[in-house]
Ligand binder design. Sequence first.
Ligand code: TXA
Ligand code: MG
Length: 340
Amino acid sequence: MNKILEPTIASLSQVAKELARGGIAVLPTETVYGLAASIEHPSAIEAIFRAKGRPNDNPLIVHIHSIEQLGKLAVDIPTAVKQLAHAFWPGPLSIVLKKSDQVSAAITAGGDTVAIRMPDHPVPLAVMAQENLCLAMPSANLFMGISPTSAGMVGAEIVSASYAVIDGGPCSVGIESTVLDLSGEVPTILRLGVISAEEISAVLGESVKVAATIERVTEEVGMEVAGSEAGGTEAGGTEVLRSPGQYKRHYAPRTKAILVNKISQNGYGLSCLRSVESPLSAGRQIFVGDTPREYAKNLYAALAELDALGIEVIEIEKPPTSEGWQAVWDRLTKATTPYR
Ligand code: TXA
Ligand code: MG
């Protein structure tokens, strides 16, 4: 049976019922495709970790369709959440809060916090609304791999473990949500995304901290994270891993990927110059985008395309280091970090 289904009233209803029964399924979101399970089913949560080959010390993001569900999932909710939800939800912002006892330790990797987001995509919103579900939903890739941004990019292992894959077309954002921790004293970004520190800061009316490994990334390429304090280094960069997105290598192709000033002649690589797609040169040079939003949207598909060619090296032309490119730089730095 073909498991890749068009989003119809019938297919969404079927998938919602399957999730409510404890199955797992792949759903599109505006950021990347996710592998979904109802938080009510421990065996489904387990199935997600198994299908991804993900170590169980990495917590999952819980997705909601209505703001009322927040009260069920979190306790001691700061008022700032209301302002952030108003400004950014539905959308690519995950907020880490103190968890309620409704959220199992399997989801939070044993921790006492839970990351929550309301996705800006009609498919997961409709699926959750139908059965009033909260869905734990990591990106639908194998651990450390490239997140899928279209149904066709979802790997065979994940498809075979899933009940179905709903094809929502290409993701409009293309990189994973910003993860903001509000469970501590100071709002801290644990993973960069298209919603920037500056935008969050403007809504909160206070500066936000950016976690240590992200700081290292931004230092390496000599850029500032706007709106942030120069904090996050209390533990000298050896801070406990608070977020899997903080692994130095992550979101990586299997092929070795390197950052270059210019793709070599007849080489294979990614560029932010439109003119790169010249039919005269051999190899494959993909124009990814000349704005951060466009680049983010196309990045993973371009990496996956080159990764499938069986070439030796993917050359990634350094994008601008100007404002707005931080999240792209974060993913590129992670994709080009060699294995240990
Ligand atoms: O855009 C997204 O967030 C996508 C789509 C499917 O919604 N999901 C996603 O999930 O990227 P995943 O599991 O691949 O990444 C989850 C991120 C990790 O970086 C993890 O650090 C962070 O969320 N996270 C989850 N729960 C957390 C918690 N309690 N404390 C700190 N970080 C948490
Ligand atoms: Mg992921």
